[in-house]
Every structure is written in C-alpha cells, then in structure tokens.
Design a protein around this ligand. Structure first.
Ligand SMILES: [Zn+2]
Length: 143
C-alpha cells in the first residue's frame, strides 16, 4: 500500500461565512507530510491575507520553508531556505460557464468552503529548483 501523497492537511481551509464576517489574514504552519510532500522538508509556514469581492475570493500569500536537497552537480546533500509568493483567485463553481475565457489562474469552489491545501503543495514543489545547486559556484565532482 502506497501512502505517499496522502493529503491530511485540514489547515488551509476557509469558509465563505468566515470571510464575510471577520477573517482577513492567516498564519499557518503545517507539517510537510500532511500536505503529501515527500522528502526532507521543514514545516511549511504560510502567511497571507484574504479578500472577498462579491463571491470572488482572493488569497495572497507568502510561504517559507527549508528543504534538504541533493546538489545536481556534486551530489552533496545541502539545506536551503525557500520562499514563494502567490496569489490565488477563486470563483464559485456556478460561475464557471459564465466566464468568457478560461483563465489558468482562476480556480473554483463548490459549496461554502475553499480548500487551498493542494495549491500550497504545488507551490512548494514549484519553488524548488529543478536542478538544485549547493552553491552558485559548485564545481561538481572533481576527478
Ligand atoms: Zn554541489
């Protein structure tokens, strides 16, 4: 049984009702494993704010975390700090067909709850370099 990528996080949820009343900001720290992220990661800290305009919801955030990665040149394990700023736009599901064009940066929510844990996990992967380097001038393995 493969339990990798099992999402257990329940922290990145906001209800429309909360947004309409008082909630305008968040500061969430979640264990990487709960987000379905494999590998040597610290907890993921995400700070940001919510904005609601009609039924359109904006989430502005900035994440910070440490990861232990393998240098793509010399093969050394090294730890580095990563940050990523993002903006998410959510529209209610019933607005989907009314959109004149499909915007890749717009997401949809059904019901009254927005769960953006999937997006947070994707942003973590996006913020890691495809070819990590232990230092900018890593010479690689010298023979
Ligand atoms: Zn290196």
């Amino acid at each position: 049984m493969n339990m990798a990528n099992t999402m257990k996080s329940t922290l990145f949820k906001i209800s429309i009702r909360e947004l309409e009343t008082k909630k305008t900001s968040f500061d969430i720290t979640e264990n990487a494993k709960n987000l379905g992220i494999e590998g040597k990661f610290s907890s993921i800290n995400v700070k940001g704010s919510f904005q609601i305009k009609g039924r359109k919801v904006f989430i502005f955030g900035r994440m910070i975390f440490d990861a232990e990665l393998l240098c793509s040149r010399c093969g050394t394990l090294f730890e580095a700090n990563y940050t990523h700023s993002f903006k998410l736009v959510f529209l209610p599901e019933d607005k989907r067909k009314l959109d004149e064009f499909e915007d890749a940066d717009v997401f949809y929510y059904g019901g009254e709850i927005i769960d953006f844990a999937d997006h947070i996990r994707d942003f973590v992967y996006l913020s890691i370099p495809i070819k990590p380097l232990c230092s900018v001038d890593c010479k690689g393995i010298e023979y």
